[in-house]
Design a protein around this ligand. Structure first.
Ligand SMILES: *[C@@H]1O[C@H](CO)[C@@H](O)[C@H](O)[C@H]1NC(C)=O
Ligand SMILES: *[C@@H]1O[C@H](CO)[C@@H](O)[C@H](O)[C@H]1NC(C)=O
Ligand SMILES: *[C@@H]1O[C@H](CO)[C@@H](O)[C@H](O)[C@H]1NC(C)=O
Ligand SMILES: *[C@@H]1O[C@H](CO)[C@@H](O)[C@H](O)[C@H]1NC(C)=O
Length: 347
């Protein structure tokens, strides 16, 4: 029981380490902790503007509209100028399927558009990967679940959802690009910034996980180094490493929180007219902040308080306030470790 206090930073570091490791490995394979995404792009309605535009133009939609009809191309907004033929055929072909449900256009098309365009309904960003798949039972169902199809490494360019979508759209039945669907430079800029931030978050997360793991090791080592002549070295090492780990945890958590909130807000704002939306993962934020909170309070806090008490007590009495040695063992007279001496300690 006497060594109980040292259990505090050990357990806190262990809990924090497990949490950051889970956050780091979420999405490492399809379906693994899919709910712990940083944010998810909902692409189920991407391209809905094409249909709205067309339906606004013809009160009587005609399912057999010729794909290359010049008059349709003339009516379409200018950004559709060049690939009008294929875009129009995409829209016309979709339109024929939803002809009975024009009033409910946004809900009805959401479930079919992605499939018709050859893309997935969602793309979820995780720390190290980006996963894609379909909503189930369907995209418009309340509380729709996710059925993940595949995940790919994000660090080698995979975070760029635009290039992923472009590849899939080009390979799809209508051979179009995001730009044809009305992707603006501004929105592309937001996505590019998000790529950069996500890379930074990934690297910070890897370093943070390593530091929290190291902090766990050094607090475990402290059991063996104390009571003993290396008590001071153990204390200082733990203080330094736990300070670094705490700082990185804090920076990472703040970065994740602020950056994703800004990105989601902008994507939803600028993406609305082309049918792109995004949603932030709350569980991911929760475990990141839980790891940070537990570590700050009970690991960094422990070593900070011990160091403070030791300095304060050491100056007056040779052992910390309260008459107990900081590690919870027997009273110890503060030795002359600063000068390399050994002899004056009692254990
Ligand atoms: C995806 O977006 C569509 C269109 O904006 C929306 O109707 C649907 O509820 C969203 N689905 C999910 C699961 O967020
Ligand atoms: C989507 O799923 C919900 C719940 O299962 C269902 O009520 C709704 O009709 C479905 N929507 C479409 C467009 O299939
Ligand atoms: C998920 O998708 C796969 C392939 O599309 C399908 O076979 C499977 O039944 C789906 N799972 C659920 C739970 O809907
Ligand atoms: C992401 O992909 C888009 C489309 O392929 C491209 O225009 C953009 O430059 C890429 N951004 C980055 C940061 O690579």
């Amino acid at each position: 029981m006497k060594r109980l206090p040292i259990a505090i930073p050990i357990l806190a570091s262990l809990a924090s380490f497990i949490l950051v490791l889970l956050a780091l490995l979420a999405g490492s394979k399809p379906g693994h902790m899919e709910d712990y995404d940083i944010l998810t792009f909902n692409t189920s309605a991407l391209g809905k503007n094409l249909l709205s535009n067309m339906l606004d133009d013809d009160d009587e939609p005609t399912p057999t509209q010729p794909a290359e009809d010049d008059s349709i191309c003339d009516d379409l907004p200018s950004f559709l100028g060049k690939p009008c033929g294929s875009v129009t055929s995409a829209a016309a072909s979709l339109q024929s399927e939803i002809i009975d449900k024009i009033d409910d256009i946004n809900n009805e098309i959401a479930d079919r558009l992605a499939d018709r365009l050859g893309i997935h309904e969602f793309y979820s960003l995780h720390v190290l990967t980006i996963c894609d798949g379909e909503f189930e039972p369907n995209a418009t169902a309340p509380e729709a679940g996710k059925n993940v199809t595949s995940c790919k490494n994000g660090l080698d360019g995979g975070y760029n959802i635009s290039s992923t979508l472009d590849k899939e759209l080009t390979a799809g039945p209508f051979h179009i690009t995001l730009r044809d669907l009305g992707m603006s430079d501004k929105l592309q800029g937001v996505i590019d910034d998000l790529n950069t931030v996500t890379k930074a978050i990934a690297i910070l997360f890897i370093v943070t996980t390593a530091l929290v793991g190291l902090s766990l090791l050094t607090s475990l080592l402290a059991i063996f180094l104390i009571p003993g002549r290396r008590e001071n070295a153990a204390r200082i090492t733990n203080l330094v490493i736990s300070t670094l780990a705490a700082l990185l945890l804090l920076v990472t958590s703040i970065l994740v929180t602020v950056a994703t909130s800004k990105a989601v807000e902008k994507v939803n704002d600028m993406g609305e007219d082309i049918g792109l939306s995004a949603r932030r993962g709350t569980k991911y934020l929760a475990i990141t902040w839980a790891a940070t909170g537990v570590f700050l309070l009970f690991a960094f806090g422990f070593w900070a308080v011990q160091t403070w008490r030791w300095r304060k007590g050491g100056a007056k009495r040779g052992f910390p306030k309260g008459g107990k040695s900081w590690y919870g063992g027997e009273k110890g007279v503060r030795g002359s470790e600063e000068t390399g001496g050994t002899g004056r300690r009692r254990y």
